[in-house]
Design a binder for this molecule. Structure first.
Ligand SMILES: C[S@@+](CC[C@H](N)C(=O)[O-])C[C@H]1O[C@@H](n2cnc3c(N)ncnc32)[C@H](O)[C@@H]1O
Length: 206
């Protein structure tokens, strides 16, 4: 419960309503930075609401993250359906090595390092940009990529700049892209949303 600023106190207040909206439709989700599994559990609950066989695919390069995330699922959602969640110990720049069921309608990044873990095992601009490039081709028409950057540490600041430079030249006919930040808080997280254009409805007159 956020008592002081219930509308927008953290970046979660921005991202979660968009995740909820996009997951009103059926489709699979990728959590590209699993970490402690908090975002993943929120996303899992959203896909389960649709009662479909869509899945949550979660990537992290650290065993510790996979362990912590599974513990988080076990303690907060006992009986969670293992068949709905696929954990990959792999870097998120390797999406093309894996198969995903259903169209992937949402890809979520929460960049940086594992809270409480080794700060050197952080996301890096090269792999982030490579991953983002494959995410933009993988995401289904109408789907979105949600990316939270943390410019409060050195690599995070460089990474945020690189993400901005990459996104600002993406074709506007195919992607609608926004950037959100707290303007009166130094080094606060920056959120990007990228929506891919919807497919045209087939022309019923021909
Ligand atoms: C800020 S944490 C994510 C927090 C998480 N979303 C949560 O709800 O707890 C960032 C995570 O990204 C992971 N990471 C770093 N480089 C990665 C990469 N190339 N591919 C996938 N995950 C990576 C880190 O190990 C760390 O666990």
């Amino acid at each position: 419960m956020r008592k002081d600023f219930p509308l927008f106190q953290t970046h979660l207040d921005f991202v979660r309503p968009f995740w909820e909206k996009i997951l009103d439709q059926e489709g699979s989700v990728i959590d590209a930075t699993l970490g402690n599994g908090k975002d993943a559990l929120f996303l899992y609950r959203l896909i389960r609401k649709n009662q479909s066989d869509a899945k949550l695919y979660a990537f992290d390069i650290q065993d510790l993250a996979l362990e912590k995330a599974k513990e988080h699922f076990d303690s907060e959602e006992p009986g969670w359906l293992e068949e709905s969640v696929v954990f990959f110990k792999a870097s998120h720049d390797r999406f093309e090595d894996f198969q995903f069921n259903h169209p992937v309608v949402l890809i979520v990044y929460n960049l940086g390092f594992l809270p409480g873990g080794d700060k050197l095992k952080t996301t890096m601009r090269k792999t982030t940009l490579d991953s983002l490039e494959s995410a933009l081709s993988l995401i289904a028409p109408g789907g979105m990529v949600s990316l939270t950057c943390y410019p409060g540490h050195e690599e995070g600041a460089e990474e945020e700049k690189a993400v901005y430079e990459f996104l600002k030249i993406c074709p506007k006919d195919t992607f609608s892209i926004t950037r959100h930040e707290f303007v009166n808080r130094l080094k606060a997280p920056v959120v990007y949303f990228i929506q891919k254009k919807c497919q045209k409805a087939p022309d019923s007159t021909t």
